[in-house]
Write a new protein. Sequence first.
Length: 330
Amino acid sequence: MNSDLVTLARHSIALQKENPEASGDFTLLMASIQLGCKFVASNVRKAGLANLTGLAGCKNITGDDQKKLDLIADDVFVNSLKSSGKVSVLVSEEREEAIIIEGEQSGNYAVVFDPLDGSSNIDCGVSIGTIFGIYRSDRPSYSNKDVLRPGREMVAAGYALYGSSTQLVVSYGKGVHCYTLDPSLGEFILTQENIVIPERATIYSVNEGNSSLWDKQTCAFVLSRKSPLKGRKPYSLRYIGSMVADIHRTLLYGGVFLYPRDSKNPAGKLRLLYECFPMAFLIEAAGGRATDGKDNILDIIPTSIHQRSPICIGSRLDVSELATLYMEMD
Ligand code: AHG
Ligand code: MN
Ligand code: MN
Ligand code: MN
């Protein structure tokens, strides 16, 4: 029986000790994120019973049909983050404009988040998640400028996975750690420390339904996974359709996840600020790589809060082979 429970708060405080500017503010901010994840987890689990499945009847700024749980999750995270008193700017997938918090209730962090990722999978019970990224602004400008920064400037990022258990995977800049919710305690307990992604694995993850629209580099890359150079095993295709679930498998088992540009969507589908940046931050901290084909995802400077980016992310050797194809094939 484990009687030495390392909660997320205890673990993140211990890790922050190495960084002098750490204050209790970050811990309180993480507490508000944990609260949001616990609330969403409990509502995802009872969605079918509490008439929480299905559409809300409206679209968000990026054209997604919003599900009821998208909006509930969004409200909970906005309220929880606002009441932490540690945030000056909030960006949510579900809100066209950033939320600016000034005065008493403001703080030195800016949080970008996807309150519910993979929401097309809610009604069929497939794993979904929440994604977040955190910037620190010592002198906030109380504008989008506080978040229109390269992902490399984030101080932390993570995701919650509402699957067979509720897991929170977080990096505070160095190392990637997994915490599992103990529902009887209401606490996220450290279950995996310093996760390292395999440098190669024979799994590729992409929506092959778009293959007729891909550019030649993506076609060549995916073909080289299916019919590899002699002496190498063909890869298996695994695609869940929730970025959080696909990335969690990639982090633990290795391989490569792609949502490439195509002739219909020249910037791909996934949103840079609150999907690509946090996942790239985590995967790089675990020893992997994330590119849009030409640049490392984390070096891109966003110009708008909902802009999209193509992404290829995962095991360092696999992702580097796609980057090489973009360099060699013009
Ligand atoms: P969201 O539910 O937050 O809008 O994100 C959905 C995204 C992502 O979770 C997933 O990787 C991708 O959509 C799947 O897109 P396709 O259905 O086009 O493959
Ligand atoms: Mn959506
Ligand atoms: Mn998403
Ligand atoms: Mn979403």
